[in-house]
Design a protein around this ligand. Structure first.
Ligand code: SAH
Length: 221
């Protein structure tokens, strides 16, 4: 019962923040499908030993190795901006706990997700499998260069902040595709950017709102 109440509270928090930020995001509310997925995926299963009630607070949570899972509102916003359909193929950079991958898996046909920290990658993979998110494929690697073998994608989400929009990711986006990526310097001002590619392959970029993400690592030694 407590879980039901907590999830309801989380969805209300997301709705309120969506209204509050509508003038920046252009979205007064998120789609039914996105809100349904947010309500269905059990967040506490992705955050380890955190008190159950905290798991549903509208804030970021630590997932180990200095990394965090984004606040539910940001996960919902980033997912909503991708305009996924049940036929979409999505790429996520930064699997982390696997939480956002689980949300995406409810909304798309296939989710590919890359994580560079081996321990997080392995545990997210095992968790997603155990919870039955069977349309998610993970890879333990540096995602800065995308996943060439599986490209092109209808949508790409980057869940760590890049200093610039990674060109390799733009080139792996289908015509008509959409990408969300936080851009900015580590622990400085960052903007969530929406990159769209038109049918002719021309890219355009919109700034959505200010955010705070852990850094996207560009080079692995
Ligand atoms: N989406 C995650 C949260 C991710 S936090 C979730 O729902 O839990 C950001 C993650 O991006 C971290 O796990 C970090 O290790 C990873 N990351 C940072 N740079 C990366 C890169 N170049 N390639 C792949 N993963 C990266």
């Amino acid at each position: 019962m407590a879980r039901k109440t907590n999830i309801k509270r989380m969805l209300t928090d997301i709705e309120n923040e969506a209204k509050f930020t509508a003038s920046y995001t252009g979205r007064e509310r998120f789609s039914e499908r996105v809100m349904q997925a947010m309500g269905d995926v059990v967040r506490e299963k992705f955050v380890g030993d955190i008190e159950e009630d905290f798991a549903y607070d509208n804030g970021p949570l630590p997932i180990g190795y200095g990394q965090t899972i984004s606040q539910p509102y940001i996960v919902a916003l980033m997912t909503d901006l991708l305009d996924l359909t049940p036929e979409s193929t999505v790429l996520e950079i930064g699997t982390g706990s696997g939480y956002q991958a689980a949300i995406l898996s409810r909304l798309a046909k296939k989710v590919y997700s890359i994580e560079r920290i081996p321990e997080l990658c392995e545990s997210a993979k095992a968790r997603l499998q155990a919870l039955g998110y069977n349309n998610v494929e993970t890879m333990c690697a540096n995602g800065y260069y995308g996943w060439e073998d599986k490209a092109p994608f209808d949508a790409i989400t980057v869940t760590a902040a890049a200093a610039h929009i990674p060109q390799a990711l733009v080139s792996q986006l289908k015509p008509g595709g959409r990408m969300v990526v936080p851009v900015g310097l580590p622990y400085m001002h960052q903007e969530l950017m929406l990159v769209t590619k038109d049918q002719q392959g021309h890219r355009s970029t919109d700034s959505i709102l200010g955010v705070a993400f852990v850094p996207l690592v560009t080079e692995d030694k």
